[in-house]
Design a protein around this ligand. Sequence first.
Ligand SMILES: [Zn+2]
Ligand SMILES: [Zn+2]
Length: 209
Amino acid sequence: MSAVIEYQWIKIYRDENNIEKFIPQFTSEGKQQHWTETENVPLTKLVIAPISPEVATAMQANKIPGVAVPLPVWNFNILPSDKIKAYWDNEIQLTNHFYCKTCGTQWKHMDSKKWAQCPNCGQTDEWSCKQCGRHNINKDLVKKNARGETNCPYCEIPYGLNRTRYLERIQDVIENTDYAIEVAGKFKIIIRKDVIDVESLQPDLTVEL
Ligand SMILES: [Zn+2]
Ligand SMILES: [Zn+2]
């Protein structure tokens, strides 16, 4: 599955002059606005819309993987009494990759049983032991024990190694773009591509769109 963002939320509200205004999740500069920053604005509508080509380009300039895909627009009318929130649901998966501080190469480290190594310049993190004074201990000898500690492979009395990090783990991207919209005590809407599911949050009540 590709790691992209295809939808954004748009909050619609009326200002004190009753003029309709909107707050998009991603600005025309491609910056994300968080839901909670404007959670006290009383909404009249919530729109879940595909990302425009212009905004997608701006998002990509900010290293956010937005793409413009032809998808339906979903409109929801909001009552003043509704407590509503929208979020990427918890099927979101975060992945990560490594960045080599020595040469700048970025890559995906697949074998989690092995320590990462830069595929370009061979850099690894380096381990040293204060107890026996060894530096740059061969990474193949450095093992994590059951408690997640790395002890010196040379010292008979267990002693924790110092790790100098040359490889940085960088968190990326959302693996899917399912949206959840929750109207507290009423229902939850889940949007997956062009499919929409509605779950009632009230027992014994069926929701119809
Ligand atoms: Zn490197
Ligand atoms: Zn040692």
